[in-house]
Design a protein around this ligand. Structure first.
Ligand SMILES: Cc1cc2nc3c(=O)[nH]c(=O)nc-3n(C[C@H](O)[C@H](O)[C@H](O)COP(=O)(O)OP(=O)(O)OC[C@H]3O[C@@H](n4cnc5c(N)ncnc54)[C@H](O)[C@@H]3O)c2cc1C
Length: 456
């Protein structure tokens, strides 16, 4: 009997899963395997919000496989050792998995290939599982990746995206391959109160609901902080419970300016992945060094703490930081504002902010998080690296009625109108009655320090 192993990583789904399809087409029996990789824990990536969401995803994947006659095998330990063990136990001939962009994923793939080759087992790595267009599929003349989004997007848009695959009808798993118990979100301590539920079924429901209506208003409303009119699909894309290929096709079929704007955001996701695949060190080192002497954790302890806690005295910044803590997710406009406030206004090393985001974000992702932080800090791919977002102007533009601030900053819930964005303008007695801090920095001082640091 021919036997294969499918190693699931950031692709925890049954729909549109090329490695699973290839394994099922090529062999009689297949072991669907997920390894809880110790290296991920060791690198500090196994944080409560993502562990809880992951547990939902694994349970849902197992349930989907069981409906089709199979089951999920879960192991824990060194990923390469565990895959080799399962290969031996199942007497498998081949292993299938998705390619991925990060340095960790690239090293993991290489180690696994060598270990399996030594056993005479072939590793098949499939592209366009975690991206719509594979890193390296479109490249500019004279370079191995695009460093600017707009020309990348032009080429990305012309690229043929492969057809999406359906889910398998039947999965036959060999006997005798043991599994550890599936994790449960109930066993995870310290998760955000408002954390979304994970799993492919949940993701597909959200996607269908999104494409049926709200996507049509996405172009006009995506920056409306209080309206919360974005898809919230990022955790599903991060864990791969939804396929980017399927999303691109379904959004294009839905059509219209909203769907087009949404597809453009999916291209941003691929863009960052092709940067990271070509420059794996961009997860921690400046992509474009600007000779910054950032303030460190020690030098800016109180400012960093106020930022993390949502007590900076700038209501929109505080609202977004509290949303992050409460939901393990933050609106994109909030991410831009809070990151700019930390890196530029407070002139704190972007890595400190990126780490805090990764500690809480359910969609926390090396490519998207680190490279967006670099974009905001001006060390990344932004063609205007010295732009600084003014949190008051931005708040008035993107939260004109103050609904977002009032939702997240309870101390300001009773402040009416736009003054909620500038509580320091309230009459003295009203201001004094609020248990809300004064701004920790004057915006013009922050701007002057940043300009000086950048030699402007
Ligand atoms: C400082 C900072 C940190 C960020 N960290 C992350 C992160 O860790 N993980 C993450 O998935 N996104 C990150 N983003 C990008 C973006 O904010 C989120 O993807 C988005 O807010 C998720 O909400 P949504 O699913 O409703 O997005 P939608 O607006 O509905 O967009 C659809 C999808 O497009 C992709 N997308 C949208 N904007 C971007 C972008 N700027 N870069 C790359 N992909 C994008 C996401 O996969 C998203 O789910 C970060 C942005 C900033 C400025």
């Amino acid at each position: 009997m021919s036997i294969s192993v499918v190693l699931f990583t950031s692709d925890l789904r049954l729909y549109d899963h090329p490695p699973l399809r290839a394994a099922l087409d090529g062999t009689e029996l297949t072991v669907p395997l997920f390894v809880r990789d110790r290296a991920v824990d060791g690198a500090g990536f196994a944080v409560p919000n993502r562990l809880a969401f992951l547990a939902d995803c694994l349970r849902d994947l197992d349930a989907g496989l069981r409906e089709r006659g199979g089951r999920l095998v879960v192991r824990e330990g060194d990923l390469v050792d565990q895959v080799c063990k399962v290969v031996t136990e199942a007497d498998a001939d081949e292993v299938h998995m998705a390619s991925d962009a990060s340095a960790h994923a690239q090293r993991r793939e290489e180690r696994l290939r060598r270990a399996l080759e030594a056993e005479g087992v072939r590793l098949h790595v499939h592209d366009t599982v975690t991206t719509a267009v594979a890193p390296g599929a479109v490249i500019p003349a004279g370079s191995d990746h695009f460093a600017v989004f707009t020309p990348y997007f032009r080429r990305w848009s012309d690229e043929l995206v492969r057809d999406a695959l359906g889910a398998p009808r039947k999965v036959r798993v060999p006997d005798g391959v043991g599994s550890e118990p599936l994790p449960s979100r109930d066993d995870v301590r310290g998760i955000s109160e408002g954390l979304a539920a994970g799993g492919e079924q949940e993701g597909r429901k959200r996607l269908t609901a999104w494409l049926r209506g709200p996507v049509s208003a996405y172009e006009e409303r995506h920056d409306d902080l209080a309206g919360d009119a974005t898809s919230h699909l990022s955790p599903h894309l991060h864990f791969g419970t939804l396929s980017p290929v399927e999303l691109v096709h379904r959004a294009r079929r839905a059509g219209g300016p909203g769907a087009e704007a949404f597809v453009r955001q999916l291209a941003w996701r691929d863009f960052h992945r092709q940067v990271l695949a070509a420059r794996p060190d961009a997860g921690s080192a400046d992509y474009r060094p600007r000779h910054d002497h950032w303030r460190s954790e020690r030098e800016a302890r109180d400012d960093i703490e106020a930022w993390r806690e949502g007590r900076t005295g700038y209501p929109v910044v505080d609202a977004a930081m509290r949303q992050l803590r409460h939901e393990g997710w933050m609106h994109n406009r909030g991410r831009l504002l809070t990151a700019s406030f930390l890196a530029k206004t407070l002139y704190v090393d972007w890595r400190i902010g990126a780490r805090h985001f990764l500690d809480l974000l359910v969609d926390g992702d090396v490519a998207n998080n680190q490279l967006n932080w670099q974009w905001v800090a001006g060390t990344g791919t932004d063609t205007r690296p010295n732009r600084v977002f003014n949190p008051v102007t931005q708040a008035k533009r993107y939260d004109p009625d103050g609904g977002y601030v009032r939702r997240w900053v309870a101390e300001l819930a009773g402040v009416e109108g736009r003054t909620v964005h500038e509580p320091w303008r309230l009459p003295d007695d009203e201001r004094a009655a609020l248990d809300y801090p004064d701004p920790i920095i004057d915006l013009s001082d922050g701007l002057a320090r940043f300009k000086q640091a950048r030699g402007r």
